[in-house]
Design a protein. Sequence first.
Lengths: 213, 213
Amino acid sequence: MRLISRWQNSAGERVRIALRLKDLEYTYVPVSSLKADDYRKLNPQELLPALDIGGQIIAQSSAILDYIEETVPEPSLLPSEPIARAQARAFGALVASEMHALTVQRIRRFLQSELKIDDPGVSRWVRHWMTLGFDALEETLEQRAVQWPFCFGDRPGWADLHLIPQISAARRLECDLSRYPLLLAVEQRCVPLDAFRLSRPEAQPDYPDSHNS
Amino acid sequence: MRLISRWQNSAGERVRIALRLKDLEYTYVPVSSLKADDYRKLNPQELLPALDIGGQIIAQSSAILDYIEETVPEPSLLPSEPIARAQARAFGALVASEMHALTVQRIRRFLQSELKIDDPGVSRWVRHWMTLGFDALEETLEQRAVQWPFCFGDRPGWADLHLIPQISAARRLECDLSRYPLLLAVEQRCVPLDAFRLSRPEAQPDYPDSHNS
């Protein structure tokens, strides 16, 4: 099982965390080691990450996570009760579709170079979608019937592995997170754990020595 | 089971199709019949659709689809083989996260009113992400080992119910689809089917009589 990713790709970080939470071995393949045309042939979506299972490719982190969960059910990333499972998935989907997808580098670049938005405009864009998203995530945790230590249970899972890389991305983009005590408390519990610590950008083999942020 | 949605909400259309493919009864609740504050209390994400199961709310169409698939497995929306399942999900996730989420009305409005992008600029934005997405979807269908009549099988399912509303949205936004013969062939097979026909915007009770587009 090969995971094609890049050190700072936060969708890839989600999958790295999931693989470690399930104690699954994988080979990390930095996309920089492949030719762009070769990667496009493997994955017409071109985005990262992709999971390569003996030459068969799965794109999109959410599809990879479901594949991992279905083929290696234990330990589960999701609550066992159907509605709670769905709510954990909805938490993850908000991060992936309404926060990450709107604020990743390719989007910021398009705003800048194609639509000629200046830096303060791009920052406004990023903060708007981040704030809308984090507000909803914090409120979702407030509304939980049980105030678990992690988002949806006593162990970290689907929602947490979406949240932690997104908090890191928000910090890199200088978003104010002080209004989110519940989200930050979950983060504090996750960061020391091996599955999260070893999945961070700076722990990846393609992390550049010269990178200072 | 209540589905809170709006006639032209294409994420809601996906769920409507899924419910009909599984022959499940549901009550359609137009969001316009609720107060905005009441809806925000029900669903902190505020987006549409939401599934209300006896007062418990599931947000995000992908989480709703998984809930439906898990609680009513037959007829399945997904292929049975794990990698094919994942590829069908990746097809859907590309539509939801990289096409729909980037081009929906709230995004176009923010570009216009907050970032002062003119109409040709907004059109460029929409067409850029639509084209990237449809190019990848068409290539994904070309690469299939078997050229099924529907995206990933002999019956319509997960990928198809994402594709059809997105094609309609692209037409409303005047995107050129002539380069996508495989996608359009799938559409031709889906549109006459009840599950798709009865889920269309104009078949919903809140579709405005005066709407001409």
